[in-house]
Design a protein around this ligand. Structure first.
Ligand SMILES: Cc1cc2nc3c(=O)[nH]c(=O)nc-3n(C[C@H](O)[C@H](O)[C@H](O)COP(=O)(O)OP(=O)(O)OC[C@H]3O[C@@H](n4cnc5c(N)ncnc54)[C@H](O)[C@@H]3O)c2cc1C
Length: 395
């Protein structure tokens, strides 16, 4: 298979590079890899410079339909082919350019396009594209993570409204989000997968809804606990049929796991590591050299997973266990890579985020810990691959 750019792809790549060169704000250009939520956090930052950067980058992408490269044009996306999306994402990742639109673009939008009504698409998709509404994801609960279908947050019908009570946890970015989509139990008597609905709570400031910070081990405020006390939501805000929300939820997870750019980020990290080793005059001892060679091979393998997903998307198929394979391999690769990089600097690798090269990689390692938990843990992905992919019986 020839993976070199076709002439059209090469022309498109040049166009993307020119846009990055001209419009990417300076604060996103400095090393350390793109922070996937930089745009979301910047748009609500206390720092006016950060807010301006978020707006400027959003507008540069919006002018080209590149806020949602994968959405069809009829919904305001760029309608790019998966190959073009790959080129775009590759260039963004290589430049450190943050994606714009957050979970609204990556998760909710594509799910609404599949399962939403025409009214829901008309109402909710444009504000996502315009950068006006960022969505948080209300799936996990204190007792329901891997076993998501056991969730207990309840929605009771009262006239034309749902009344929501319960708690979500690990809600990434809820403190800067404007809205939250949530899985809620609408039939407590039904078998657990059959009593769940998918609800859009389009104002995160709705009375009764409160967001409390959870500080992670890197001392960042990334996720939150979200509480619902008699939160009233219009009845029409269900996506899909009542009690059939599990299928909507799974479509969304398949989008979440289809990460086609992880290999690009990994290759960028390897290239930076090799440069840093040279610049710092670090002696790459034999074990370090061998480990870096292993990470290089694994990164090439990761490209193959990405291309498989792209070829499925080219055929209009939503990857399922293939998305799990990609998510699992990418998240574990990123952890191994960050650990390899941190160890390459010997004792200096015990410093964290102190401005040194070693400290940056150690910080990266700390930041990568959640990668194998979010979006379904590695064990859950292996279960999906074993049962849905290989047809093995459920234990
Ligand atoms: C960075 C990050 C961001 C997140 N963002 C969000 C968000 O925005 N919204 C949201 O709703 N959630 C979010 N989550 C939560 C995430 O989806 C859950 O943490 C995840 O699904 C695991 O659930 P749990 O934490 O309850 O762990 P548990 O399900 O309690 O798992 C504990 C351990 O048991 C293992 N285990 C559980 N069941 C099995 C099994 N059947 N077979 C083998 N092993 C098993 C797990 O692999 C894990 O090692 C986020 C998590 C992280 C780390």
């Amino acid at each position: 298979m020839d993976w070199d750019d076709s002439p059209e792809q090469a022309a498109f790549r040049a166009e993307v590079r020119a846009v990055i060169e001209q419009y990417l704000p300076g604060r996103y250009r400095e090393g350390n890899g793109p922070d996937e939520r930089a745009w979301e956090f910047d748009r609500k930052s206390d720092d006016a410079g950060a807010r301006d950067a978020a707006v400027a980058w959003q507008q540069a992408l919006s002018a080209r339909g590149w806020v949602a490269p994968e959405w069809p044009k009829e919904y305001g996306g760029a309608g790019l082919s998966p190959n073009e999306q790959f080129v775009l994402n590759q260039e963004f990742a290589a430049a450190g350019a943050p994606p714009v639109g957050g979970s609204g673009v990556r998760l909710l939008g594509p799910t609404l396009i599949v399962h939403g009504t025409d009214e829901q698409k008309a109402k909710y998709l444009p504000p996502i594209l315009q950068g006006e509404v960022a969505w948080a994801q209300g799936y996990s609960e204190p007792g329901s993570g891997s076993d998501l279908a056991s969730l207990q947050t309840a929605a009771r019908r009262d006239g034309d409204e749902w009344v929501v009570n319960g708690q979500k946890i690990w809600t990434s970015g809820a403190h800067t989000a404007d809205a939250i989509f949530a899985l809620v139990r609408t039939d407590p008597q039904a078998p657990k997968h059959r009593g769940i609905s998918f609800l859009l709570i389009d104002n995160i400031k709705t009375p009764g809804l409160s967001v409390r910070p959870l500080i992670d081990m890197g001392e960042h405020h990334y996720f939150n606990e979200t509480f619902f006390e008699d939160v009233r939501v219009p009845a029409g805000n269900l996506v899909g049929d009542e009690n059939r929300g599990w299928y909507v939820a799974m479509t969304l997870l398949d989008f979440e796991r289809s990460n086609i750019v992880a290999a690009v980020g990994a290759r960028r990290t390897i290239n930076e590591l090799i440069e840093d080793i040279g610049a710092e005059g670090v002696t790459a001892t034999s074990p370090v050299r061998l480990a870096i060679a292993d990470r290089y091979i694994e990164t090439e393998v990761m490209f193959n997973f990405s291309f498989r997903i792209i070829s499925m998307q080219n055929r209009g198929v939503i990857p399922n266990y293939e998305a799990s394979t990609s998510k699992l391999f990418a998240s574990e690769l990123n952890q191994r890579l960050a650990l390899t990089a941190s160890r390459a600097f010997g004792l200096a690798g015990t410093r964290c985020d102190d401005g040194s090269a070693a400290g940056r990689y150690t910080n990266m390692y700390v930041r990568m810990v959640p990668a194998t938990i979010r979006g379904g843990t590695s064990e859950v992905q292996r279960n999906v691959i074993a049962t849905r992919g290989l047809g093995l019986p459920r234990g």
